[in-house]
Design a binder for this molecule. Structure first.
Ligand SMILES: [Zn+2]
Ligand SMILES: [Zn+2]
Ligand SMILES: [Zn+2]
Ligand SMILES: [Zn+2]
Ligand SMILES: [Zn+2]
Length: 157
């Protein structure tokens, strides 16, 4: 015969039940949040490490210790890097930022034109490929004495 202890919810043999219960009530307490029996002395620190609510720094929702770190990996508001410049923004700002950032232009030194950042990587591949296929086209171009200065000019299209 056995019965369950109302304090720790464990099943206790009847012959030691009274003894157990007296001891249990005095020293142990059941954490209602995680259903774990914790020594009363440690209950405070148990709550502190497991159930204290901490605010997510990105979305300002509150989570328990362990859940917070899990949440942070999937938090929709956590900063993500811009595809084009690599700077970090929260999701809402990022959408607006990538729109303008991706439409900036970058100077291509192989063909001497300004290329929208969105298409830059693709362009460079093509540009270099063309240069290697038609190397004489390079020689026909007038070589600029200060190629670096061109980079500072605004797109004049
Ligand atoms: Zn008990
Ligand atoms: Zn707990
Ligand atoms: Zn969050
Ligand atoms: Zn950017
Ligand atoms: Zn080019």
């Amino acid at each position: 015969m056995s019965t369950s202890c109302s304090n720790c919810l464990k099943t206790i043999p009847l012959e030691v039940f009274v003894l157990h219960e007296a001891h249990c009530v005095r020293f142990l307490s059941l954490c209602e949040l995680c259903n774990v029996v914790v020594p009363k002395k440690l209950k405070l620190s148990h709550d502190e490490t497991n159930h204290r609510l901490t605010e997510c720094e990105f979305c300002c929702q509150k989570f328990e210790g362990k859940k917070l770190s899990l949440h942070k990996t999937s938090c929709k508001a956590r900063p993500r890097p811009c595809l084009y410049c690599g700077a970090y923004f929260d999701l809402y700002t990022l959408i607006n930022h990538e729109d303008t950032c991706g439409n900036r232009t970058e100077y291509c030194s192989s063909c001497g034109s300004y290329i929208i950042i969105k298409e830059y990587d693709e362009h460079i591949d093509l540009c270099i490929l063309q240069d290697s296929l038609y190397p004489e086209s390079l020689k026909q171009k007038p070589s600029s004495p200060h190629p670096a200065k061109k980079k500072l000019k605004k797109n004049t299209e």
